[in-house]
Design a protein around this ligand. Structure first.
Ligand code: 5GP
Length: 115
């Protein structure tokens, strides 16, 4: 058994989110505390805790998530202007929700390196 994360509750529609994309494997919704004009979270419906715990059987769902990004970016009109994808992992990575999620940030020039 595992404790249901806030993202699993969003998948199950137990708490609301502004969903921008959904299919049988993936869900994409707006971050509640956006760090850029566009800040989305793209998650697998399968509750993989973090990228450090992904296993070989997760390859297809992870590939699926990555190949959704250009579709979502096209829909949001940020293909030409650009965007950043980020996966935070563990305490030093800044992970706060233990359900794998890809941040998609766009809508302003983003600094590098991150803080
Ligand atoms: P992390 O820090 O784990 O990489 O990212 C977690 C993200 O989830 C944060 O950017 C945070 O703002 C977002 N977040 C946390 N709780 C909620 C929520 O209930 N709804 C939405 N839409 N985003 C959330």
């Amino acid at each position: 058994m595992y404790d249901k994360t806030i993202f699993a509750k969003i998948v199950d529609r137990e708490i609301p989110a502004e969903i921008v994309y959904e299919d049988e494997l993936a869900l994409c919704f707006r971050d509640a505390q956006p760090q850029a004009p566009i800040h989305l979270l793209l998650i697998p419906k399968k509750p993989i805790p973090r990228i450090a715990e992904a296993v070989a059987e997760d390859s297809s769902v992870l590939g699926h998530l990555l190949t959704r990004i250009p579709l979502i970016a096209q829909e949001l009109g940020i293909i030409e202007s650009g965007f950043r994808v980020v996966i935070n992992n563990g305490p030093d990575g800044g992970e706060t929700v233990p359900h794998l999620h890809i941040h998609l940030l766009a809508g302003r020039p983003l600094q590098w390196p991150p803080g």
